[in-house]
Design a protein around this ligand. Structure first.
Ligand code: NAD
Ligand code: ZN
Length: 351
């Protein structure tokens, strides 16, 4: 079968023929029908410092956002059946460590990620643990198959723990309008929030933020985000900040613009250590900082399912999917994202 493989310790990806995967007794075999590109894949393609440090297994089939049809099940598989249309949770957990037993599978101590630690989904068939196969409604359009994974990141950042904190009527800032920031705006739009203030450098992404429903869209290079938030909130600051850029300057702004007692969800990954004034920005502000990784397994997936039943939400997510590209043109797809011409790129299984 064909696969997109990292074969060398330098930039680039290759399309290779590889062996069919063997499924274990608790696995299902998924025929990939749709996949999508995440920033992580771009790092692996570019062979950034992060990738050099993180990727231990080469050759590696890349890709962790994928969905498809179950065509075979292992002997101990109970719930997932042949013919099911499944989306894949990319975090593989052991289910038995302290974190898993405490109900925090997304921070399993023995976490492995498809396309990073083990072979991933930019191929034709993948062996997936039954636990990681999320059964979709048959009627769900294929285009929403693989993007539920990053959509889950957005939902998790808004609702990071059990006993969901209500966001209705709140003022929310979204810093960074890449795919996940834009998806967050689409989610917030369905949550009856009072005001969404978005910040983004790239003009095409600012336009999308506005179209999806941000009330105010700021260019943080030319405008003073802190001043704007001040005047939009009677000097109070926002109730919730979703930091989705990973830019050091935006992380600092997040702590500046959150109202005392408010919450900051940190999802963007900075490329360096970030120093913060704990006294001023966290302690005396009684600010709540949440580190966001992955999705809660599996309540986040359930929230995503409900959201995807809403027509307006679907149409907003469609705006974020700017390109559908045959997987054989993987280089072209990567370049479009690297240049920020594309936002979310779906890969069609055309080899
Ligand atoms: P992305 O990296 O394209 O999005 C970041 C956006 O922030 C870009 O559009 C960029 O133009 C914008 N930006 C850069 N500097 C900015 C600034 N100072 N102010 C405002 N906007 C700025 O793609 P993404 O997939 O949406 O990912 C967002 C971030 O989340 C990335 O840092 C990514 O590595 C990280 N991420 C984290 C997790 C997790 O589980 N924590 C999962 C996936 C991605
Ligand atoms: Zn575990």
């Amino acid at each position: 079968m064909y696969a997109v493989v990292k074969t060398r310790y330098q930039p680039g990806l290759d399309i290779c023929t590889v062996d069919y995967p063997k499924i274990g007794e608790k696995d299902v075999l998924v025929k990939v029908r749709v996949a999508s590109i995440c920033g992580t894949d771009v790092h692996i393609w570019k062979w950034s410092n992060w990738a050099k440090d993180r990727i231990k297994k080469i050759p590696l089939i890349v890709g962790h956002e994928f969905a498809g049809e179950v065509i075979e099940t292992g002997s101990s598989v109970e719930k997932v059946a042949t013919g099911d249309f499944v989306s894949v949770e990319s975090h593989i957990v052991d289910g038995t460590c302290y974190q898993c037993r405490m109900g925090r599978m997304h921070v399993c101590r023995n976490l492995k990620i498809f396309g990073v630690d083990i072979d991933g989904g930019f191929t034709e068939y993948v062996a997936v643990p039954e636990l990681n196969a999320w059964i979709n409604d048959e009627s769900l359009p294929l285009e929403f198959g693989s993007i539920q994974e990053p959509l889950g990141n957005a939902v998790h950042a808004i609702f990071p723990y059990d006993g969901h904190e209500d966001v209705s009527g709140k003022k929310v800032a979204v810093l960074g309008c890449g795919p996940i920031g834009l998806m967050s705006i689409a989610v917030l739009k369905e949550m009856d929030v009072d005001k969404i203030i978005a910040s983004e450098i790239a003009p095409n992404r600012r336009t999308l933020a506005k179209e999806i429903g941000a009330d105010i869209v700021v260019n943080p290079i030319e405008e003073d985000l802190v001043d704007i938030i001040d005047s939009e909130t009677d000097g109070n600051g926002v109730d919730l900040v979703l930091e989705m850029s990973g830019a050091t300057s935006a992380i600092k702004q997040a702590l500046e613009i959150v109202t005392p007692g408010g919450r900051v969800s940190l999802l963007g990954l900075p490329g360096e250590e970030v120093s913060i004034d704990l006294n001023r920005h966290v302690i005396f502000k009684s600010a709540r900082l949440f580190g966001i990784t992955g999705r809660r397994m599996f309540d986040t997936w359930k929230q995503v399912r409900r959201l995807l039943s809403i027509p307006r939400f679907r149409s907003n997510i469609r705006k974020i999917i700017t390109h559908k590209i045959p997987i054989r043109d993987i280089d072209k797809a990567m370049e479009l994202i690297a240049k920020k011409e594309a936002v979310k790129v779906l890969l069609e299984p055309k080899w």
